[in-house]
Design a binder for this molecule. Structure first.
Ligand SMILES: Cc1cc2nc3c(=O)[nH]c(=O)nc-3n(C[C@H](O)[C@H](O)[C@H](O)COP(=O)(O)OP(=O)(O)OC[C@H]3O[C@@H](n4cnc5c(N)ncnc54)[C@H](O)[C@@H]3O)c2cc1C
Length: 444
């Protein structure tokens, strides 16, 4: 029936026992002194809970997304700052798991599984929600890459050993989003500089800093995947990690609820514990209901991403998702014979600005079109010849979001066009199935 697997509950019990004993006693001091939670790092590393998501072949435990969220949730329940150790270890390594070479995976993931930590550097002062506007540059210099620029609000910067960094490697790319690559930088690399800590309202034990690249020189093999793939990897990483921040918020809420319950049982007024007043009980019931509802939503999102879906609401063709989506990295097109791929585009909202769409097969652009959609049921059809064999397919909007079925195009003015579905058929009109990371998702 509908419940978490036994091993998930066992994991929760194990993490809770650890956090109560090793992390909770230091939480108040970590927050008050605004210091990195070294005790938590040590305890999590010792117990093997600091990066449970790392696949087993690289020395990790290969935990699924829900298990990883349970670890984050349970740590956040006693110390929000400490929960960013497992959360940002996942954020900082997901690019590599998704797109890195085997050598890079063994080197970096192995190090993280062994206790080192990672950060993720996408944002810049003028490129927050719109990361395709980033200015940090990466230039090839012989066997090396040389990075210059500034990244902003980088969680755990200064503490982490490894940084996944997105930078512009092709400033002349027609679509700026396709000119961004992802790299791994080590804290000891020459030209890597860490700025002062930001002053924050909360989660003060986890430093948030700028990082600077001043002719920062890294070996050529530290690029993650192919040049131009960086933003796609960065967005896919966010698909895999946004629910982790939900897990963090959930843990904080559970911690607050548990602390409240303990307090109302202890606090006496009018000769009895305030827990005995019905008005207080109503409030506690509401809190518990909201926390439990959040838990199911977080786990459902985690499960959905793990299965190869999107973290947004369940969607069917024609249903608008208001979450600007990005896609899985491996969309495999498997035609049995030469065929035509039809991409259908519709809109469910009025869009005045033209939207540019780039479609690539095996990294080669096959469609680069602007279209304007002006009424409720406007359809566009892009036919693409696809030879037999396995092909990697990607679709980019002009805002840099990579797209898949069914997906939305974030456009200026905060309105959305919806690309309804992929309809893949051969020349005789027979329909085929899409495979995303080997999971059939298409219309057979
Ligand atoms: C504590 C903290 C830690 C962080 N850690 C990291 C990190 O580790 N690595 C990293 O790379 N970044 C990190 N960030 C940066 C974070 O990802 C950005 O803050 C975020 O991308 C939003 O960018 P922004 O702050 O520039 O907001 P803006 O982009 O300026 O947005 C301002 C407001 O406008 C809204 N808005 C913007 N565009 C749209 C749109 N198209 N449709 C609707 N609404 C829109 C936003 O929702 C928001 O409410 C961190 C930020 C904080 C505060």
């Amino acid at each position: 029936m509908y419940q978490l697997a036994e091993e998930h509950e066992e994991l929760r019990a194990a993490v809770r026992a650890l956090t109560e004993k090793e992390i909770a006693p230091h939480a108040a001091d970590v927050d008050e002194s605004e210091r990195y939670p070294v005790e938590a790092l040590e305890a999590l590393n010792k117990a093997g809970f600091s990066a449970v998501h790392i696949p087993e072949e690289y020395g990790g435990q290969g935990a699924d997304a829900i298990a990883t969220d349970i670890v984050i949730e349970e740590v956040a329940r006693v110390c929000a700052s400490s929960s960013l150790i497992p959360a940002v270890n996942k954020l900082g390594t997901m690019n590599i798991i998704l797109g890195g070479s085997e050598e890079l995976k063994h080197k970096v993931l192995g190090d993280i599984a062994g206790g080192a930590t990672a950060s993720y550097a996408l944002s810049e002062r003028e490129a927050g929600s719109d990361p395709a506007a980033m200015r940090t540059k990466a230039v090839r210099d012989g066997d090396n890459w040389v990075l210059n620029g500034t990244k902003c609000w980088i969680t755990n910067a200064g503490e982490s050993s490894w940084y996944t960094v997105m930078a512009v490697s092709d400033p002349d790319a027609k679509n700026p989003a396709a000119g961004i690559s992802a790299f791994v930088v080590h804290a000891d690399d020459p030209g890597f500089v860490v700025g002062p800590k930001e002053r924050k309202l909360g989660i003060k034990g986890s430093p948030t800093r700028e990082i600077y690249f001043e002719n920062c020189t890294i070996p050529g093999d530290r690029i993650i995947g192919e040049p131009g793939n960086g933003l796609k990897l960065a967005f896919t990483t966010l698909d895999h990690t946004r629910h982790s921040i939900g897990a963090q918020a959930l843990g904080i809420a559970q911690g607050a609820l548990d602390a409240t319950i303990a307090y109302v049982k202890e606090r006496q007024q009018f000769g009895k514990a305030i827990a005995e007043f019905q008005g207080v009980q109503f409030m506690l019931a509401d809190m518990a209901m909201k926390v439990e509802a959040a838990r199911h939503l977080v786990y459902a999102a985690a499960g959905k991403v793990e299965r190869g879906g999107k973290p947004g609401p369940s969607s069917a063709p024609g249903v608008t998702s208001l979450i600007p989506t990005s896609s899985r990295p491996m969309i495999q097109l498997v035609p049995r014979e030469d065929a035509v791929l039809h991409l259908w585009v519709s809109n469910q909202s009025f869009v005045d600005d033209p939207v540019a769409v780039t479609i690539s097969i095996d990294g080669v652009e096959v469609v680069d079109q602007q279209f304007r959609v002006g009424n409720q049921h406007n359809w566009m059809l892009f036919p693409i010849d696809a030879p037999r064999g396995r092909h990697m397919l990607s679709v980019m909007s002009d805002t840099g979001a990579e797209l898949e079925k069914p997906f939305s195009l974030p456009v200026r003015g905060h309105r959305y066009a919806v690309l309804n579905y992929w309809n893949y058929q051969d020349r005789d009109g027979r329909h085929f199935t899409w495979h995303i990371q080997n999971t059939p998702v298409g219309f057979a």
